[in-house]
Design a protein around this ligand. Sequence first.
Ligand SMILES: Cc1cc2nc3c(=O)[nH]c(=O)nc-3n(C[C@H](O)[C@H](O)[C@H](O)COP(=O)(O)OP(=O)(O)OC[C@H]3O[C@@H](n4cnc5c(N)ncnc54)[C@H](O)[C@@H]3O)c2cc1C
Length: 408
Amino acid sequence: MKSDVQVAVIGGGIVGASVLYWLTKLGWTDALLLERRELTSGSTWHSAGNTTYLGPYPAMTKLFAGSIRTYLQAEGESGQSVSFHQTGSLRLAATERELNLFHTYKLNYDKLGIPFHVRTPEEVADLHPLLNVSGIFGAAHTPTDGHVDPTGATQALALAARNMGATVERHCTVTALTREAGHWAIETANGTVRASNVVVATSFWAREMLSPLGLNLPVFATQHQEVITQSIPGLEALDHEVPAWRDSYMSGSVRQEAKGVLAGVYEAEPKFWALDGIPEDFKEDLFPPELDRIMPHLERLIERMPSFGEAGIKVINNGPMCWTPDGLPMLGPMPDQDGLWLATGFNVGIGTGGGSAEFLAHWMTTGSPPFDLSVVHADRFGNEMSREAALAAIRGVYAVGYELPDSF
Ligand SMILES: Cc1cc2nc3c(=O)[nH]c(=O)nc-3n(C[C@H](O)[C@H](O)[C@H](O)COP(=O)(O)OP(=O)(O)OC[C@H]3O[C@@H](n4cnc5c(N)ncnc54)[C@H](O)[C@@H]3O)c2cc1C
């Protein structure tokens, strides 16, 4: 293993692989990624892979759009498929207020150059024949987004980065991080590495990793569930994939998976996991399914898409998902920790990972962020937030994950 590098990225999920890719692309080819197990072993492997555009801020939308672009670019360069399904997506207007908001959002999407249409209920029914549109006011439609295979995307990014000169070390747990004269000393299971810069992309593991440095990161994990159904005859009968759809009424998102659907919901009361530390023996584990917790949402889903209620459930994935107090990732340098960068706290890491990595890598290689996005800066929470305050804030943002902000 290399013992001296310009930059080490810790964590081989979609975010760490994206950061490695963009750093090498922008010229920092003396780059090393360190992963505890196999690539994607954290949240990434069980993610639904949705990469839909409708984010809460225009600048975040740039990160969503940048992510699809990044994954397709890595696919082209590596030859490894990312399985992008350009189904487009619909954000249903459950209220008249939401429909009005979509008209105001449209102006901003036009400025960003991202196709965005406000659809009538009849148009929604044409786009997605299995939806019951009687309870909706219309929808926002972004026809050029969709979903990717998160594992394929991670592998494509890592392969493309390796082809440009980067190194990937798997089964190489980082056990300590200390600042020495002019560099970081990274202790790993396979020896010590000296690095001028370190990027911590270890999701909910970052809190424990950085606490020995006196840093108090408000990142915690919740359990998040998704269900995958058996084939649905109405989808079998179609010769194309229907758009993904999201809805504040059922607080969740649904996309086609083969000839069935995959649905993930944000329940009113999130369930936290491993608040006192991530178990050392945690592998590619899932938690036992808890359908009762999400049943009220699935009942609303059935109102919107009656055929969902007739399909058998094939799989329930209940996996860990990383959260920060405002639901946004933590990106950028840490104050008073020369050369220490964060790329953690992602709960929509597939949707925003590629674009966030591009943002961070520009910042690292040029000395300033490519555009203003202070809402994601890593130092925004300070160092004093109590655990209770962080958990209370996370409860709040998780429960309103599908509410729409008044301004875009
Ligand atoms: C059921 C479910 C569905 C989801 N669906 C979507 C979706 O549709 N779209 C979307 O955008 N997001 C979705 N997500 C969220 C998404 O999975 C995460 O936001 C994303 O995977 C986070 O990527 P990451 O690289 O930050 O973290 P991870 O994938 O968790 O990667 C962190 C890596 O760090 C490694 N690591 C930890 N400690 C060390 C150490 N000491 N040394 C070396 N390596 C270490 C871990 O092994 C791991 O591989 C979903 C999540 C769940 C649970």
